[in-house]
Design a binder for this molecule. Structure first.
Ligand code: KIV
Ligand code: ZN
Length: 531
């Protein structure tokens, strides 16, 4: 019988902290529900002490997720552990994940301490956390560069203090597969109480070794891998979930391990994370890239036609890619929606098709094309109160083009319960629209467009223009996405999407007053920056 390797997903913590714009609660919840469907054993969904927004979203996700353990990150400090506990305590299953840096450079240069003090802090924090949580994980940040004697010492002390999972991160993606495997092997050989804990690994991809290092650790006895969907995460990212899972599945007879991941959900999870995080998947990305299963050379094509196994070690179907490419638009009928939902795993009868279809039509009118993740959002959020959409576009007309014509936009918007309109000029049609939106939302003095990107979605005359923007509002960045056949309209939708996120973020800032007992750390803290 093969051993199980637990999959600990940190897309919503390590992944999210590296995004240009942070996600709204609704976006995070949709990712969390997708991860639950994917079958991750543990999902790390935030760092509660880092901000009121993180605290609230960890708390809300923890109250909804039932089939995965929900985890929150904390430095080895009582106030962090208290915040994590407050955010997690209503979950069906929860874990507090404490960490402290252990490498010489981090201990001396970042924390200004000596190693004895670090061991002391770790032990105190783990004991404190164990008094609040049934399940505690401890991480030795920068373990990959930690002297092995120090690593053995702190791992032994952490297990004695009650940590059930010990995580060995290669925080800066420095080690090589053989070397990282040897670190794990040494821990198994030298730490006397090692059998009392599960050994986990958390590899970053700075040298492109994250997957190889994680697998090498599993071969030496690690039984939890920390990873993210599409490998998103700090700098070059984290170990990619789909790569390690499919490697362990494809090479199970060599590795003698298995996971609980529902592999047919991989393509779907990848698409959801990519769309919501605005992080496109490179075409040549293993497992989930657009070219991962396409054969270009004549010799390969010939081989595949004779027998797919000549050049294909996994099939696209095994990770959930299907050949269904029907666009869902306002013209799609109820049976198409029911069929697409059944492909996504929702049996007819398990949801109210009339209700979903009515809301689908409204969304299709608004967006043009509806994607699988939108459709799922209609299901997911039918029971959950929608976040308020403060700003809504009611009417837009733009005058531009031709000689001596000054681009002019006239806009009507619903703001809360009120309908307001405004017309103005700009140095181009999109700029005119944006000036009008800035004026109507009241964000004109503080908002700056930092990035504007347009691409085509779909083919031929049905193709839609997708606009992605990044705006900076009072030093914080927000993402907006808009989709329509008319690119000026997509541009307007993208800006209104970003403005709604700004509005929600302002509401969350007000929420902070509710938690005056928690001292949120934001960017700076006495133990160094957010990990
Ligand atoms: O990379 C890292 O060391 C981390 C820890 C907090 C686990 O993200
Ligand atoms: Zn990390």
């Amino acid at each position: 019988m093969s051993d199980q390797v637990l999959i600990f997903d940190t897309s919503l913590r390590d992944g999210e902290q590296a995004l240009a714009a942070s996600l709204s609660f609704k976006e995070k919840l949709q990712i969390a529900l997708t991860l639950e469907k994917l079958g991750v054993d543990v999902m790390e969904v935030g760092f509660p002490i880092s901000s009121p927004g993180d605290f609230e979203s960890v708390k809300n996700i923890a109250s909804i997720i039932k089939n995965s353990t929900v985890c929150g990150l904390a430095r080895a400090l009582e106030k962090d552990i208290d915040a994590a506990y407050q955010a997690l305590k209503d979950a069906a299953n929860y874990r507090i994940h404490c960490f402290i840096a252990t490498s010489d450079i981090h201990v001396k240069e970042k924390l200004h301490k000596d190693f004895d003090a670090i061991v002391d802090m770790a032990v105190k924090a783990i004991k404190y956390a164990r008094n609040r949580a049934p399940d505690v994980e401890f991480s030795c940040e920068d373990a990959g560069r930690t002297p092995i004697d120090h690593l053995c010492r702190i791992v032994e002390a952490a297990i004695d203090a009650g940590a059930q999972t010990i995580n060995i991160p290669d925080t800066v993606g420095y080690t090589l597969p053989y070397e990282f495997g040897s670190i794990i092997e040494t821990l198994f050989n030298r730490v006397p109480n090692i059998d009392k804990a599960r050994i986990s690994v958390h590899c970053h991809n700075d040298l492109g070794m994250a997957t190889a290092n994680s697998l090498s650790a599993v071969l030496k006895g690690a039984r939890q891998i920390e990873c993210t969907v599409n490998g998103i995460g700090e700098r070059a990212g984290n170990c990619s979930l789909e790569e390690v899972v499919m490697a362990m599945k494809t090479r199970s007879s060599y590795m003698n391990v298995h996971t609980n991941i529902n592999c047919k959900e991989i393509a779907h999870a990848s698409q959801i994370v990519s769309q919501i995080c605005n992080m496109p998947v490179p075409a040549n990305k293993a497992i989930v890239g657009a070219n991962a299963f396409s054969h270009s050379s004549g010799i390969h094509q010939d081989g595949v036609l004779k027998n797919r196994d000549t050049y294909e070690i996994i099939t696209p179907e095994s990770v959930g890619f299907n050949t269904n490419n029907l666009n869902l638009t306002a013209r799609s009928g109820r049976h198409v929606i029911a069929h697409r939902l059944s492909l996504l795993g929702y049996k007819e009868g398990s949801y109210d098709l009339d209700n979903v279809y009515t809301r689908f039509k409204e969304l299709a009118d608004l967006k043009g094309q509806v994607f699988d993740y939108d459709l799922e959002a209609l299901l997911f959020f039918s029971q959950i109160q929608e976040e308020p959409e403060q700003f809504k576009l009611e009417y837009l007309t733009v005058l531009s083009g031709g000689k001596n014509v000054i681009p002019t936009a006239s806009l009507k918007m619903r703001i809360g319960d009120e309908v307001v309109s405004y017309a103005t000029t700009g140095n181009g049609p999109v700029d005119a629209v944006y000036q009008a939106i800035y004026h109507l939302t009241g964000y004109a003095d503080d908002i700056k467009l930092e990035k504007y990107d347009i691409k085509s979605k779909g083919e031929g005359k049905d193709a839609l223009g997708q606009v992605d923007i990044i705006v900076n509002y009072k030093g914080k960045v927000f993402h907006g996405m808009g989709l329509a056949t008319d690119i000026i309209q997509s541009s307007a939708f993208a800006m209104i999407h970003a403005c709604n996120s700004i509005y929600r973020s302002n509401l969350i800032a007000l929420e902070k007053q509710k938690h005056h007992d928690i001292e949120f750390v934001n960017k700076s803290c006495e133990l160094g920056n957010k990990p």
